[in-house]
Design a binder for this molecule. Structure first.
Ligand SMILES: [Zn+2]
Length: 300
């Protein structure tokens, strides 16, 4: 139980750090704040005790996000205010209700400029996204209010070149991105450089571990294969070196059979070097295959 809670806590910390970093990342002040605010207003959790017409009150899941929303609103002269933001109750981890004049925000979901498309995704992520701790897998998701919102988010991700899937958890729709490369790419586009670095760090460590595991496995497999080949050759050589059968071997094959018989553990190249005259690995392999073939036909 404690274990599960620890893992959940760690995942939340990673996601919260990513959000704080994205919230602080700057963007082009003249165009991008509108796209950012449009996504945040459309996809964030609405507070129902709102509000005057033309305004919406949206939950900013963290103080850093509320600050980012107010700053963006100020840059493009959109009226906005936050409740409790500057009081002592506003701890870093608290969610904050932000009221925003949404009337002047574009209704259309996906902006034209590349910079604004990234700002839109940033707003969407801060409104309803989370990213898994990379030690648990590479997964980033947006919890959408409804199917239309999930589709809009997937389209927004496609617009910045990131492949997204749509799924459901406990009947709630979500858009998700998975795989280390796609998650890192998206985080980088949202301005989360430090987060990408720590993700890459985990990926590099995991990649190193995997490649060590692959090497060890393939060395063991090669050794096992070589072992069984050598055992087969030894058995064939022993069969044919019997005085009653040795006459079927040519001089070259007889030498190869004797060498394998005397040195069961040597590789083909090493056996080839002991032959007189010396032969290559591939001709030693050919000779031993012939020996196996002859022994096989003898036994039948
Ligand atoms: Zn822009």
């Amino acid at each position: 139980m404690g274990f599960v809670r620890d893992r959940t806590a760690r995942m939340k910390v990673f996601s919260a750090d990513a959000k704080d970093e994205i919230a602080r990342a700057p963007f082009r002040p003249d165009c991008c704040p509108r796209a950012f605010l449009a996504a945040f207003a459309a996809l964030g959790r609405r507070d129902l005790r709102s509000t005057k017409s033309g305004e919406a009150t949206i939950r900013a899941p963290r103080v850093s996000i509320a600050r980012a929303v107010l700053k963006a609103a100020a840059q493009v002269h959109i009226r906005a205010h936050a409740q409790d933001l500057d009081t002592r109750r506003a701890r870093e981890t608290h969610s904050v209700a932000v009221t925003l004049d949404v009337q002047t925000l574009a209704k259309r979901m996906h902006p034209a400029r590349a910079c604004c498309r990234r700002a839109w995704i940033r707003g969407a992520f801060l409104a309803c996204g989370s990213v898994a701790d990379p030690t648990r897998g590479y997964h980033l998701e947006f919890n959408a209010r409804d199917d239309a919102a999930a589709r809009a988010i997937a389209a927004g991700l496609a617009a910045v070149g990131v492949d997204a899937g749509i799924s459901r958890r406990r009947k709630k729709p979500l858009a998700y991105v998975k795989g280390g490369q796609a998650v890192a790419d998206l985080l980088a586009q949202m301005g989360a450089t430090q987060t990408v670095l720590s993700l890459d760090d985990v990926r590099a460590r995991r990649e190193t571990k995997n490649s060590i595991r692959r090497t060890v496995n393939s060395e063991a497999a090669n050794a096992a294969r070589a072992g069984t080949a050598s055992a087969r050759q030894l058995e064939a050589a022993t069969t044919l070196l019997h005085p009653a059968r040795v006459h079927v071997l040519s001089a070259a094959l007889r030498e190869a059979a004797r060498l394998r018989h005397a040195h069961p553990d040597l590789t083909l190249s090493e056996l080839g070097r002991r032959a007189r005259p010396v032969v290559t690995k591939s001709s030693m392999a050919y000779r031993l295959r012939e020996i196996e073939r002859l022994a096989h036909s003898r036994r039948r």
